[in-house]
Write a protein that binds this ligand. Sequence first.
Ligand SMILES: N[C@@H](CCC(=O)N[C@@H](CS)C(=O)NCC(=O)O)C(=O)O
Length: 363
Amino acid sequence: MLKGKKIQTVGMIVSMVVGMIIAACLAPAAVPVTSEEPAAPVAQTTAKSTLDIVKERGKLICVGNSALPGFGFLNEAGVFSGFDVDYCKALAAAIFGDPSKHEIRATSASERFTVLQSGEGDVLIRNTTWTMSRDTDLGMNFGPTTFYDGQGMMVHKDSGIKTLQDLNGASVCVQTGTTTELNLADQMAAAGVTYEPVVFETADEVTTAYEEGRCDAWTTDKSGLVSRQTILAEPSAHEIMDVTLSKEPLGPAVRHGDDQWFDIVNWVVYATFTAEEMGITSANVDSFMTTEDPNIKKLLGLEGEFCAKIGLANDCFVNVIKQVGNYGEIYNANLGPDTVFNLPRGLNSLYTQGGLLYAPPIR
Ligand SMILES: N[C@@H](CCC(=O)N[C@@H](CS)C(=O)NCC(=O)O)C(=O)O
């Protein structure tokens, strides 16, 4: 039955592709395009766009984290803060000119994709790794990576464990619904190390079990280890091993099927990279309003209709920079030298500083 349906679908796709090729061959020669004029607008569908839904609701809902200090954390006063939370605010600033017009819908790792897919949130910003299966099977579109990370391993300092081989026969605490769980299995198999995974649903359960000695080691993204180490009973009794088990590019993701919404998320993040590259901060952005630099003028909506192209007010990036900050400001406020985390920028530096952050031009 399923197989028959698959064959039928493949047949439909083949005939659509053949039809498109024939149509293209029969079409009159295209008029040469001499400038980057906008293409004719695509026919409107009846379904409401995510932007319309967000505007009608009057606030943006970000699927987030409440248990990761520095990235997404809910304090006792009921206030969320962190690097990912600031990106949620940046989107709200771009859309409404007001970063407070957002809500964080906190989820565990395993429920985050379902919550986004069900429409309970508009964008997932929760230390989420961009992987091929999430991008395809799970129906996500990943925006620019905002934090390049890798998986690490934490052990009790007095354990003497230094290498993966030292973990032979050990138990390792890990959170379910994460890339972490899968990488662990792959890396240990590749290293020929036998271990016992001890799996939990939340970070709190993982760290409690690890602290109580139910596991010899605990693995997650290195940022997660650094973050959660600060709230262990005795942070200095633990160390992060000098091993990296994977690549973990973390960033925002949206549902497949709404290109305008995907563009909004992409370009708001890129605007924060570009502002840092141009030396524009929340404190000095006003002084650039009289600039003659065409690239800065485009970013600030003083030349061209760039924010308008993504359905927003033309000063959308000014609001992001003024009300939340450029990438460096967001990073420093949450993870930089003046925070308990003091995470070096490393790969999360601009490409001009030897890092990986590179925004396409606003043109
Ligand atoms: N980046 C990885 C891991 C994400 C993840 O959920 N990490 C843990 C690290 S501590 C976390 O945020 N847990 C918080 C919670 O579920 O309460 C992924 O996308 O699968």
